[in-house]
Design a protein around this ligand. Structure first.
Ligand code: GLC
Length: 551
C-alpha cells in the first residue's frame, strides 16, 4: 500500500496525535523513540487513522517538552537519528499513513545557538534574531499565556541590560520576524523537513509571530502575510498541509484560511486546517449540564471556510484542556465541575485526560467521541485516549497527560525493555486506570472494549464521507438536552441525535423531508420506526446517540 494522491486527503482524515517520549521505547533507555513508533505502526494502521501528528522531536533542553527547539535540523538524541526519522516516514507511507510534525516558528529555546549568540552583546550579529528592548513597558497589556509561571512577557538579561520578549516560558525567547533573515531561515527549516518527505506541519503558536505597539500582538496582518509565505513554499510539495494552532475565536480564525467559501476559484491560501478550539470546552460543558445550547451557538458562530480548508476537532491533546475560549463564568464552572482539586488546574485550563474527566463513564466517553466524529472538521485522537488511559496530576506541568502508553499488563506495560524505575515518567498504576487493567493487548481481545468502539467510530466515519465534506445544520428543539444536527453532501445525508443528559429524554424532530422513510443508525445498522409524520418522536437513553441514515 502507498499513499493515495488525493490533494484534499485531509478533508476526511482522522489524525492520531502522538508523544514520542511516551509511545514506545525501542532501545531500553526508558524513553520512547522513533524506532519504537515504527514498531507500532501496524497498531496505528489498524486503528484506521490516516495521519500521525508527532509532537516535537528536535534537539531541545525539554523545558517545554521540545517546544523549546535548540536545533531545527536534527532529531533529539533520545528519539533517534535523522535516518530513523526517514525510516519512520517511509514505513508510515508504505502503510498508507501520513506524517505531520510540530513546527515551532514563534520561538526557540534559549539554548539555541542563535540566542546564545544574541544575548552576548548588543552588537552581536544575531542580536536582531530576537526581540530586545531597553524597557519592559513596550507592548503593554499583551496577555500572558503561561499565567501560572510567567510574571511578564519580558525577561531582563543582565549581560546586556536589556529585556527580551517571550510569549511562553522565559526559556523560549520569541524570534524577531521583522528581521528578514529570520523570516527566510524559518522557511528553510520548512523546506528541510518537507524535503524529507513529511506530509506537513502542525504549526505551533502562530498568532504571535509579530509584535506591534498598541495591539494585542496577536493575529496581526504581518503574521498572516508571513504564514502565506510559508504556505506558498509548501505549494512546491503537493499534498502537504499546514494545520495551524491558533487558540482563538472562530471569527479570528477565519482569516487564517483566506479564500472565498462561496467561490471555488478563490481557494484558501494560508492554513489548510485549523484547530477549532472553542467547541471543545463546550462539549464538556454540554455533557456536564445536559444542555446542547452552547455547542449549537458556537458552531453557528463558526464561519464557512473555503472548500480546500478544514477544521480540526479534538477532545483532548498534550496540553491542558484550555479554557481561554470561554467566559469567565464558564471557566469557573468548568473548573468547579472538572477540576475540583486545584492541582488539576494549570494556567487557564485543566490538566487531565479524557477518561478521568468523564468519570471513566463509558457512556460519556462514547458520546463525546460520537460528537467529535460527526461534527464538521477532521477529528484527532490523542494517544492513549483510545483505550481510556488515566492521568497523573502529581507530575510536573502537563506531563501528567503524557505518561507512557499502556500496551500490555506486564510489569513494563509493554512500553520498554528496561525496568519501570528507569522510565522517564512513571506508569499510571492506580486501580482504575493502571496498565494492569487499561492496556491495548487486553482491549484488542475484547469486542466491547473502548478500543473496539474507537475503531468502529473511525471506520464508520470513513465509510460516510458526508461527515468530512458535508454542511452542518443544527436543529432547534424544545428539549435542549438533545443535540441534533444534519450533515449533507451531494446525495448523502446523516442526522445526528445525541442525548447529553443522564436521564432518558423524549424529543420530537421535525422530519418533513423524509416522511415515509426509515431511519437506520449507521453505527449499529439498527433501524428505527418509519417516519410517518412530519414530527418524529423518539426517546433516547442517558447519553445515547444515533447517526441516522434515511432510506
Ligand atoms: C503550544 C503547544 C504547547 C507549548 C506552546 C509553546 O501551545 O501546544 O505545548 O507549550 O505552544 O510552544
Amino acid at each position: 500500500m502507498t499513499l493515495n494522491n488525493d490533494p484534499l486527503w485531509y478533508k476526511n482524515a482522522i489524525f492520531y496525535e502522538l508523544h514520542i517520549r511516551s509511545f514506545c521505547d525501542s532501545n531500553g533507555d526508558g524513553k520512547g523513540d522513533l524506532l519504537g513508533i515504527v514498531s507500532k505502526l501496524d497498531y496505528i494502521k489498524e486503528l484506521g487513522v490516516d495521519c500521525l501528528w508527532l509532537l516535537p522531536m528536535m534537539p531541545s533542553p525539554l523545558l517545554d517538552d521540545g517546544y523549546d527547539v535548540a536545533d531545527y535540523y536534527n532529531i533529539h538524541p533520545d528519539y533517534g537519528t535523522i535516518e530513523d526519522f526517514k525510516l519512520l516516514v517511509d514505513e508510515a507511507h508504505q502503510r498508507g499513513l501520513r506524517v505531520i510534525t510540530d513546527l515551532v516558528l514563534n520561538h526557540t529555546s534559549d539554548q539555541h545557538p542563535w540566542f546564545v549568540e544574541s544575548r552576548k552583546s548588543k552588537d552581536n550579529p544575531y542580536r536582531d534574531y530576537y526581540v530586545w528592548s531597553d524597557t519592559d513597558e513596550k507592548y503593554k497589556g499583551v496577555r500572558i499565556i503561561f499565567t501560572d509561571t510567567e510574571p511578564s512577557n519580558w525577561t531582563y538579561d543582565e549581560t546586556t541590560e536589556q529585556f527580551y520578549w517571550h510569549r511562553f516560558y522565559a526559556s523560549q525567547p520569541d524570534l524577531n520576524y521583522d528581521n528578514p533573515v529570520v523570516a527566510d531561515k524559518m522557511i528553510e527549516v520548512v523546506r528541510y523537513w518537507l524535503d524529507m518527505g513529511i506530509d506537513g506541519f502542525r504549526a505551533d503558536a502562530v498568532p504571535y509571530l509579530f509584535e506591534r505597539e498598541g495591539t494585542s500582538c496577536e493575529n496581526l496582518p504581518e503574521t498572516h502575510t508571513y504564514l502565506q509565505r510559508v504556505r506558498a513554499a509548501m505549494e512546491a510539495y503537493p499534498g502537504t498541509i499546514m494545520l495551524g494552532e491558533a487558540n482563538m475565536w472562530p471569527d479570528e480564525l477565519r482569516p487564517y484560511f483566506r479564500g472565498d467559501p462561496n467561490d471555488p476559484s478563490v481557494p484558501g491560501d494560508e492554513f489548510h486546517m485549523a484547530f477549532h478550539f472553542p467547541v471543545m470546552p463546550r462539549i464538556f460543558k454540554g455533557l456536564r449540564l445536559g444542555e446542547a445550547t452552547d455547542i449549537i451557538n458556537i458552531m453557528r458562530d463558526t464561519p464557512d471556510i473555503p472548500y480546500n480548508c478544514q477544521w480540526c476537532v479534538f477532545l483532548r491533546n498534550h496540553d491542558e484542556l484550555t479554557l481561554e475560549m470561554v467566559t469567565e463564568e464558564d471557566r469557573q464552572l468548568m473548573w468547579n465541575e472538572y477540576a475540583p482539586d486545584p492541582t488539576m488546574r494549570l494556567n487557564l485550563g485543566i490538566r487531565r485526560r479524557l477518561a478521568p474527566l468523564l468519570d471513566n463513564d463509558r457512556r460519556k466517553v462514547a458520546l463525546a467521541n460520537a460528537i467529535l466524529f460527526s461534527l464538521p472538521g477532521a477529528p484527532i485522537i490523542y494517544y492513549g485516549d483510545e483505550i481510556g488511559m488515566g492521568d497523573n496530576i502529581s507530575l510536573f506541568d502537563r506531563n501528567g497527560v503524557r505518561t507512557p502508553m499502556q500496551w500490555t499488563d506486564d510489569e513494563t506495560a509493554g512500553f520498554s525493555d528496561t525496568t519501570p524505575d528507569k522510565f522517564w515518567a512513571s506508569l499510571i498504576a492506580d486501580e482504575t486506570y493502571g496498565y494492569q487493567r487499561i492496556n491495548v493487548a487486553t482491549q484488542q481481545n475484547q469486542d466491547d472494549s473502548l478500543l473496539a468502539l474507537m475503531k468502529h467510530f473511525v471506520a464508520v466515519r470513513k465509510a460516510n464521507p458526508v461527515l468530512g465534506w458535508g454542511t452542518c445544520e443544527f436543529i432547534d428543539l424544545d428539549n435542549t438536552a438533545i443535540l441534533a444536527y444534519h450533515r449533507a453532501h451531494e446525495a448523502e445525508q446523516l442526522l445526528i441525535v445525541c442525548n447529553l443528559s443522564d436521564t432518558p429524554q423524549m424529543v420530537t424532530l421535525p422530519l418533513a423531508d423524509v416522511v415515509g422513510q426509515t431511519p437506520t443508525d449507521v453505527l449499529t445498522e439498527e433501524s428505527l420506526g418509519v417516519v410517518d409524520a412530519v414530527e418524529y418522536g423518539m426517546t433516547l437513553e442517558p447519553y445515547q446517540y444515533h447517526w441516522l441514515r434515511f432510506e
